[in-house]
Ligand binder design. Structure first.
Ligand code: NAD
Ligand code: IPM
Ligand code: MN
Length: 371
């Protein structure tokens, strides 16, 4: 991408969103200075703050700017201030409209156990060491995008949420997951509830049919209840998991807990439009404004953006290594605190990652990459 300016829309959102996006934007600045790249960052309102400022969780100007950008980086949306709003008017519906508006039907969530954080995993070392999986979550369909309605009133309501999946919707995300598995450990676990749901029966049938075209990938099917249990007792068995929108949302938070904190996990959403990068955590209202949130998920989302959206693999590696080095030295935000660690603030942690990145670049200038 040398010489070409990339436009990145920043959507800090609510709660700790602005703090972690501040950290990630700082890293992007560091990258552009250090690698001689030009990023134009444009901040726009989305989520609860956009409801307050513009009357909509996804103002038309925000969606338009995202559609024209090269990538979008989002913090988190939502919080108690907007909790009384009905579905469809809430901050979260702005995020869903953004995903839909950008045609993002794939959400990739990498979950990896870092050696230096094994001491804080809720699992014993041997069960979780070297655990490394990717969750491919369907993002543009399922119960999230079916009809939501409430009938009746005053204590005799009936609420309805509709889950629907079509063959092409399943095929496109499953193909992506098979390709992902092919480049890794060649194992794909498809997770559904085919013993109860007809959407899941179609899911299983479609994934099985596609599997015939990937004889090098070992495909297995798990019911979601068993998958949740397997994740907790033996997470190392998983390589790539592919599942529906709702199951992927739930299983990825559980997997994040296994490797230390939800604050660590980045994600990439892609499909037909501008890719979106975001940490998987929410707005963590109780931490907001305290400069104590873990910025790693947001910073690693920047690394995913560099690698996947801009083809800057070496630069992405440098960001990931900088994070790794700070964690290895025992500096962590409070969610990652352990017997051998020093707790630092979000901004201090970020400054240390920036300093590490700067150091590694001095090294690159002198000796070249990877030396
Ligand atoms: P949450 O992810 O905000 O918090 C869950 C738990 O993890 C809390 O204990 C929180 O303190 C902790 N946590 C989260 N991120 C952290 C970080 N970076 N560093 C340290 N600790 C962290 O989920 P929730 O409490 O269920 O939801 C709060 C709000 O966020 C809700 O309004 C929800 O809808 C919204 N939400 C938004 C997104 C998003 O924007 N992508 C994702 C999830 C939840
Ligand atoms: C996530 C969040 C969102 C989701 C909410 C806020 C709409 O939980 O990104 O994981 O369920 O997709
Ligand atoms: Mn979630």
């Amino acid at each position: 991408m040398t010489g070409k300016t990339k436009t990145i829309v920043l959507l800090p959102g609510d709660g700790i969103g602005p703090e972690v996006i501040g950290a990630a934007a700082g890293l992007l600045q560091e990258c552009s200075r250090a690698f001689g790249l030009t990023f134009e960052m444009v901040e726009m309102p989305a989520g609860g703050c956009a409801i307050d400022r513009c009357g909509s969780p996804l103002p038309a100007e925000t969606l338009d700017a995202c559609q024209r950008a090269d990538a979008v980086l989002l913090g988190a949306v939502g919080g108690p201030r907007w909790d009384a709003l009905p579905i469809g008017q809430r901050p979260e519906s702005g995020l869903l409209a953004l995903r839909k508006g950008l045609g993002l039907y794939i959400n990739l969530r990498p979950i990896r156990m870092r050696e230096s954080l094994e001491e804080i995993s809720p699992l014993k070392g041997e069960r979780v060491e070297n655990c490394d999986m990717e969750i491919v979550r369907e993002l543009a369909g399922g119960i999230y995008f079916g009809e939501h309605r409430v009938e009746g009133a005053n204590g005799s309501e009936r609420a309805v949420d509709v889950e629907a999946y079509s063959t092409p919707e399943i095929e496109r995300v499953a193909r992506y997951a098979f390709e992902r598995a092919r480049k890794r450990g060649r194992k794909l676990a498809s997770v559904d509830k085919a013993n109860v749901l007809s959407t899941s029966q179609l899911w299983r049938k479609t994934v099985t049919r596609l599997g015939a075209g990937y004889p090098d990938v070992r495909l297995e099917h798990l019911l979601v209840d068993n998958a949740a249990m397997q994740l907790v007792i033996a997470p190392r068995q998983f390589d790539v998991i592919v599942t529906s929108n709702l199951f992927g949302d739930i299983l990825s938070d559980a997997a994040a807990g296994l490797v230390g904190s939800i604050g660590l996990i980045p994600s990439m959403s892609c499909g037909t439009g501008t890719p979106l990068f975001e940490p998987i955590h929410g707005s963590a209202p109780s931490l907001a404004g305290k400069d104590c949130a873990c910025p790693v998920g947001a910073i690693l989302s920047v690394a995913m953006m560099l690698r996947e959206a801009f083809g800057l693999g070496a630069e992405a590696d440098a960001v990931e290594k900088a994070v790794e080095r700070v964690l290895d030295r025992g500096y962590r935000t409070s969610d990652l605190a352990g017997p051998l660690s020093t707790v630092v603030s979000c901004s201090r942690f970020t400054a240390m990652v920036r300093a590490e990145l700067e150091d590694s670049l001095v090294h690159v200038e002198r000796y070249g990459w990877g030396v």
